[in-house]
Design a binder for this molecule. Structure first.
Ligand SMILES: [Zn+2]
Length: 289
């Protein structure tokens, strides 16, 4: 079943009913949830507000574009990365959709799988032990080689490096490029952006997800997918479809602003798609909790 033109009140009721009925809740969250919180990686106004000067100097328009941009020197590359980490992971406050979701499900039996590296789930009152984030987290550095699976919390380093440059400077001093304490190679953000991504600590989190699925075997499960697109569909979208189809007592609810496609699962009575603004739906539903 696909709900597109349904009213906000009805969409909210569909979500509420699905959550209340579920004995175990598996939440998948993609970029759309953070976009609803104001961290829209494809929005020019958001980019210009968070990274002043980068459009004029480099012609960049969005966070997505900047994330893959090849700056001409390592010092400029690191100036952008430090600003990116600081603006998105440390300065950006907990978004309302996350706070609303936390309020709605905090006393429930849940687990979260997210591709978002912005730490919004950690800022919004969710149990950190219930969050699986296989794409990494901006709050850690890793060795660029990498010479080990070690991760390095980066808040202090990032803020210190940024304190050495003014708002209108676009390069950090060469000596400030953070270095691996073991091999001396540069440290890079621990997010899945290349083959050198250190994923071991996060892949181990899948065990927590598997344990949750095992512990709730036979119970009414809800796979709730929020703002998941197609940039890395194997991690949540396809995984959820597979897990859902394997469990005859499970239900699936997919909420997405733009993407409403009919895949095989939507032929199931147990699956539904709501096309709508996640932020508005969660905000309305949170009024009941
Ligand atoms: Zn190293």
């Amino acid at each position: 079943m696909i709900y597109t033109k349904t009213s906000l009140a009805q969409k909210t009721t569909i979500l509420k009913t699905a959550i209340e009925k579920a004995e175990a809740l598996i939440i998948g969250a993609g970029a759309g949830l953070s976009a609803a919180a104001g961290l829209d990686y494809d929005d020019t106004a958001t980019f210009n507000a968070l990274f002043p000067g980068y459009h004029d100097r480099y012609g960049l328009k969005t966070i997505s574009e900047a994330g893959f941009y090849q700056f001409s020197t390592p010092e400029e590359q690191y100036a952008y990365w430090m600003r990116h980490i600081c603006a998105i992971r440390y300065n950006f406050p907990a978004g309302k959709p996350y706070l609303d979701l936390s309020r709605i499900i905090k006393d429930r039996n849940y687990v979260i799988l997210t591709t978002n590296t912005d730490g919004q789930f950690f800022k919004s009152g969710f149990d950190p032990d219930k969050i699986c984030f296989p794409q990494g987290d901006l709050s850690f550095f890793q060795c660029s080689k990498p010479c080990s699976d070690e991760l390095y919390p980066n808040e202090q380093t990032v803020k210190e490096i940024l304190s050495h440059i003014g708002n209108k400077e676009f390069a950090i001093p060469t000596g400030d490029i953070p270095r691996c304490p073991h091999c001396g190679n540069p440290l890079i953000p621990n997010i899945r952006a290349s083959h050198s991504f250190v994923e071991k600590p996060w892949i181990e989190k899948y065990q927590m997800l598997n344990d949750f699925l095992d512990a709730n075997r036979g119970k009414k499960m809800l796979f709730l997918e929020l703002g998941v697109g197609f940039s890395a569909p194997g991690i949540i979208r396809h995984e959820f479809e597979f897990l859902f189809m394997m469990r005859k007592y499970a239900e699936m609810l997919r909420i997405n602003l733009n993407i409403v496609e009919i895949s095989l699962i939507h032929k199931e009575d147990r699956a539904a798609v709501i096309q709508g603004d996640i932020g508005r739906i969660l905000s309305k539903l949170a009024e009941d909790y």
